[in-house]
Write a protein that binds this ligand. Structure first.
Ligand code: ADP
Ligand code: MG
Length: 259
């Protein structure tokens, strides 16, 4: 099973990007390349917010994100390249891996508290904290990448999404639901979720599954702007719906593991 990105295969041979390494494997953004120890990404409407957020994270000493290094001559954003492995596919993770990812997410949120970038919300959320946007070193999550969807929000938006993508799966070969629920608890504990937030984590997960359906439905309407075929989008909508049906069916198991 190919879990991880193979890097360094086809480099660009001519032109200003000579020696650049295309970074495929992302789901949305065409044209992401590595040049030396930097990553170049086409700018988007999210660029100014991402630049401000990554600069804030750097200022506050948060270690789990690329540094924002400005724009290049081709008007692309420049980020530091974070060495390691980025998984391409979802799969089960160990308790230690889930706890490490949860700790990184908590520190990320905490580093944004009290800053104007949070607007009227408690924190800035990343909004896409799946394993596919996580860099692992020696098997341990050490950084998140791909901050394009970051925006002010409530921590549960990220933790609910993480509960889904790191711990829960409707696939027949996935671990039994009790084991999945125990890992949702590992995530909640490592993040430090308590009180009302802890008791609404599963609601937040269901909401993020619903939001994923809507996200891909919108993508369906503008397939020209994403590097994804209509068929792949259809598959993602169907998958999100299956996952949500599974989470709803076993909601009591997930909720009782959190008590
Ligand atoms: N700063 C970075 N450090 C290391 N690898 C990166 C970095 N940014 C992107 N990548 C690699 O490029 C791929 C696509 O980039 P990403 O920003 O996730 O775009 P997409 O919107 O397509 O998901 C990632 O899956 C990862 O392998
Ligand atoms: Mg990505």
């Amino acid at each position: 099973m190919e879990l991880f990105h193979r890097r360094g295969k086809d480099t660009v041979e001519t032109g200003p990007d000579k020696g650049a390494i295309p970074l495929g494997g992302g789901r949305i953004t065409p044209g992401v390349v590595r040049i030396g120890d930097t990553v170049r990404r086409p700018t988007s409407s999210a660029s100014p917010f991402v630049a401000a957020l990554l600069s804030l994270l750097e200022e506050r000493g948060y270690p789990g994100a690329p540094r924002y290094l400005g724009r290049d001559a081709s008007e692309r954003d420049i980020f530091s390249f974070v060495p390691g492995w980025v998984p391409r596919r979802l799969r089960p993770w160990s308790d230690a891996q889930i706890a490490a990812a949860a700790g990184l997410a908590r520190a990320l949120h905490d580093a944004t508290r009290g800053n104007p970038l949070t607007g009227r919300h408690p924190v800035v959320c990343h909004h896409d904290l799946g394993p596919n946007n996580t860099v692992f070193q020696a098997g341990t999550p050490i950084a998140f990448i791909d901050f394009d969807q970051a925006a002010p929000g409530s921590p549960l938006e990220d933790v609910g999404y993480m509960a889904w993508l790191w711990c829960v799966s409707s696939k027949a070969q996935a671990p039994p639901v009790q084991a999945q629920a125990a890992q949702v608890r590992v995530l909640a504990d490592a993040y430090g979720l308590t009180g009302p937030e802890r008791s609404t984590l599963i609601d937040a997960m269901l909401e993020r599954q619903e939001r994923n359906v809507r996200f891909w439905q919108r993508a369906w309407e503008r397939t020209d702007t994403v590097e994804t075929t209509a068929e792949q989008i259809g598959d993602r909508i169907a998958w999100s719906r299956r996952e949500q049906a599974y989470a709803l069916r076993f909601r009591h198991v997930f909720e009782s593991a959190l008590r």
